[in-house]
Design a protein around this ligand. Structure first.
Ligand SMILES: [Zn+2]
Length: 90
């Protein structure tokens, strides 16, 4: 086994894991801002929930937000939070 090849593979794997974590963090920060109505693109408080899909009672929800100012659209999967959140009709 070539040591340099192994080293290269390690770098690639670590790099992709780090970028994935970074991406998820950024996505989460974006979602927090958007849920407060702040557009991540133009920083105006113009985000509106235009679509909301649920796959079931405790399944994740797909929320789609659109900025009324610059037409930025963002979709996010969020945890349903179970039936206690009141978002579920049994
Ligand atoms: Zn915007």
């Amino acid at each position: 086994m070539n040591f340099y090849l192994l080293f290269f593979l390690l770098i690639v794997i670590v790099g992709s894991v780090v970028s994935y974590i970074y991406f998820m963090k950024e996505k989460k920060a974006n979602l927090n801002a958007i849920q407060q109505g702040v557009c991540p693109k133009c920083d105006k408080v113009a985000m509106q929930l235009i679509d909301q899909r649920s796959t079931g009672c405790s399944g994740p929800k797909l929320l789609t937000f659109e900025c009324q100012a610059c037409k930025y659209v963002g979709s996010f999967h969020v945890d349903g939070g179970g039936c206690s959140s009141g978002g579920c009709s049994r």
